[in-house]
Design a protein around this ligand. Structure first.
Ligand code: ATP
Ligand code: MG
Length: 649
């Protein structure tokens, strides 16, 4: 046809010949025939040819696409079929089938909640549907393993023998009456009420090394339950508590479920350590997830994203621990019963060392039965000058150090002194790092001793004030927080307003710059409780009256010179006692807190309850040089009258 067309010279003919081979409608053919001019007819035919060409090309591309897809499907089917045959030849397909059968059996035999069993069987059904080599197989099997390994109903039998529990608790820990009592009460109620009783959620709060974690362990052994501990310090991500959804690659359950799998019973004693160090950021708030864990109303149906089946945590005995209450989210705190672990006084530490720490260290160092004995004086010296803490962790560390040195001498075959006396301590431990920490050696002007509440329990804090010629500026250094800075302002305003009564020239303030510094400048300090100490140091500097070095104080100050109550009284008083302070000035309204303080500590200290700044000054300041003794100051009503009166500014 092509050759034939090439041989036609006449354009009209050529057009007619081509048109006759095209697939045209009747109208189009007629229109062509109606064209008299051959070249015009030829042009029209060329347009029609172009259209035909396009249609053909489109058809072709569709065809090839269809072919490709069919090919791929066939290829896959073919390969799978081949694989199946190979597996069959190797006997693997049967193994897979057999494994699935075993899985089914395990699921059927495992003690599970109905919901979990349903879920497991459903997943097993999915496994049967997909080819054994599909990537989902691994994911589903891991998931099934989790369901099968978790304890769902298995629980350990509680030992509710109160006498036994009391014995265990006392055998492992000295003191801590509040915590021990709470546990015994729980057991008693549990005995009476049985399963209806909601398990309490306790929160142990106290300085480091006061036995929170280790008492948790004893509780577990007293009750005959498993013990597990999870640290929440630095947990920022909600998923760490609650897991990732299974759609994530490498998804796992959260720490709670992981831990439950590890323990293997649904009623362990579960310690959540350092709940005050929980973080929160863009990855979600772990505290919110913890709420669900720690709320007795909802933790019977805890939802882990990975597990996707509700899990019953209501039998778990949760104990959380914290050094501080402040950072714990209030909603969380509200769910828990707070039990305080106050710091130990020296006598308590000596007892703990004698009955628990020394025997344990001797045993660990293989020195048992060798007659090693620590003198009481040596223990007291360690408490006082080698450690500075509310708990007993460093005390134990120092005892271990002595034991280590002894063990070495024994191993070297040298002569060993069995009796460790205070005099021999430096030979083992070196010179003492903490000298008794009275703030000042002598009575000084412009330095007052405050009592602070810190993570280590309590601390003695010197506040220094220096005056320089200047224009009445107040300079504060030593990393004071906002509240403490305001407290310093208030102390200054009080002093200015009472300048005349205090014997200070009112216009003195305009000629001086006042610098207030709290040493150990690198440690941030905050809170209102240094108010009266700030005022005392300030007034001492301005009046040049010395502050008695053996007086320590704590209390918030108002502009009118009233003394308001503060927190952490027990820790502060114990610190003062440890530091060898003679007299402690405490807000009158803190009197109720004194019940928590051991009697002999109160006996040793000369405690003065104050309501007004005048009394504080009366006790703390020495009389002006050559003047009469101002102690004790009378509380008087005239304070109120001049308050705010002498403001120079
Ligand atoms: N009352 C006590 N009786 C016997 N041993 C004690 C007592 N208090 C603490 N200990 C011992 O002190 C050590 C430290 O205690 P533990 O680890 O429980 O401190 P903690 O309160 O959990 O501290 P942190 O807040 O730093 O976690 C342990 O070896 C513990 O046995
Ligand atoms: Mg601990």
């Amino acid at each position: 046809m092509y050759v034939y067309a090439l041989n036609i010279d006449e354009p009209g003919w050529l057009a007619d010949m081509i048109a006759s081979t095209l697939d045209l409608s009747l109208e189009e053919r007629q229109a062509l025939l109606a064209m008299a001019d051959p070249s015009e007819r030829l042009r029209k035919v060329s347009v029609l040819l172009g259209r035909e060409l396009e249609v053909l090309e489109l058809e072709e591309s569709i065809q090839s696409q269809v072919r490709r897809e069919v090919d791929r499907g066939q290829r896959e089917m073919f390969l799978r079929e081949q694989m199946r045959v190979i597996q069959h030849e190797l006997g693997e397909a049967d193994i897979f089938q057999q494994e699935l059968g075993e899985l089914r059996e395990r699921i059927e035999q495992k003690e599970m909640t109905a919901e979990a069993k349903d879920k497991a069987l459903k997943e097993l059904g999915r496994l049967l549907m997909i080819p054994p080599m599909a990537p989902e197989v691994g994911i589903i099997r891991t998931y099934l393993d989790w369901l099968l390994d978790l304890p769902w109903l298995a629980q350990s039998e509680d030992n509710l023998d109160l006498a036994h529990a009391a014995r265990v608790l006392d055998a492992e820990h000295y003191g801590l009456p509040k915590a021990k009592e709470r546990i015994l009460e729980y057991m008693a109620v549990h005995q009476l009420a049985g399963e209806q009783m909601k398990t309490p959620i306790l929160c142990f709060v106290g300085p480091p090394g006061t036995g929170k974690t280790s008492l948790g362990k004893s509780i577990a052994s007293a009750l005959g339950r498993e013990f597990v501990r999870v640290s929440l310090g630095g947990v920022h991500d909600e998923a760490e508590i609650r897991g990732h959804r299974r759609t994530y690659i490498g998804a796992l359950p959260g720490r709670i479920i992981q831990t439950m799998r590890r323990v293997g019973t649904i009623n362990p004693v579960f310690m959540l350590d350092e709940i005050d160090k929980l973080g929160a950021d863009f990855r979600g708030d772990p505290a919110a997830a913890l709420l669900e864990v720690l709320d007795p109303e909802q933790n019977h149906a805890f939802s882990d994203h990975y597990l996707d089946v509700s899990y019953d945590l209501s039998r778990v005995f949760f104990i959380t621990t914290a050094n501080y209450l402040d950072p714990i989210p209030p909603a969380l705190l509200d769910r828990m019963e707070v039990i305080e672990f106050p710091g130990y006084v020296e006598d308590e530490k000596v007892s703990i060392a004698r009955h628990f720490l020394i025997p344990r260290q001797l045993k660990q160092h293989g020195l048992e039965g060798r007659g090693v004995h620590f003198d009481e004086s040596a223990l007291r010296l360690i408490c006082r000058e080698y450690t500075y803490e509310a708990g007993v962790r460093n005390l134990e560390r120092e005892i271990a150090k002595v034991c280590r040195k002894l063990a070495r001498r024994v191993a070297e075959g040298k002569r060993v002194t069995r009796r460790i006396t205070a005099a021999k301590l430096p030979a083992y431990l070196g010179p003492p790092p903490f000298l008794p920490m009275l703030a000042e050696e002598t009575d000084e002007v412009g330095v007052a001793t405050g009592l602070a509440w810190t993570e280590a329990g309590g601390d003695i804090m010197a506040i220094e004030v220096t005056l320089m010629p200047g224009k009445g500026a107040l300079l504060l250094t030593g990393q004071l927080g906002d509240v403490m800075q305001e407290s310093a302002q208030a102390a200054l305003s009080y002093t200015r307003s009472r300048a005349r009564q205090l014997g200070i020239e009112p216009d003195e303030f305009d000629r001086l710059d006042i610098h207030v510094h709290l040493p150990e400048g690198a440690i941030p300090k905050d809170g209102p409780s240094a108010g009266i100490t700030l005022a005392t140091a300030l007034i001492s500097a301005l009046t040049q009256r010395k502050v008695r070095r053996d007086v320590a104080m704590t209390g918030e100050i108002t502009l009118r010179g009233r003394v308001l109550p503060v927190g952490g009284v027990r820790e502060k008083i114990l610190t003062a006692h440890r530091a060898g302070v003679q007299q402690v000035l405490l807000p009158k309204r803190n009197e109720k807190d004194l019940t928590e303080i051991p009697k002999h500590v109160l006996r040793d200290l000369d405690l003065k309850l104050v309501t007004r700044m005048d009394e504080v000054l009366g006790w703390a300041l020495l009389p002006p040089q050559g003047g009469p003794d101002s102690r004790p100051a009378a509380t008087s009503a005239h304070d109120e009258i001049s308050a705010g009166g002498d403001h120079a500014a």
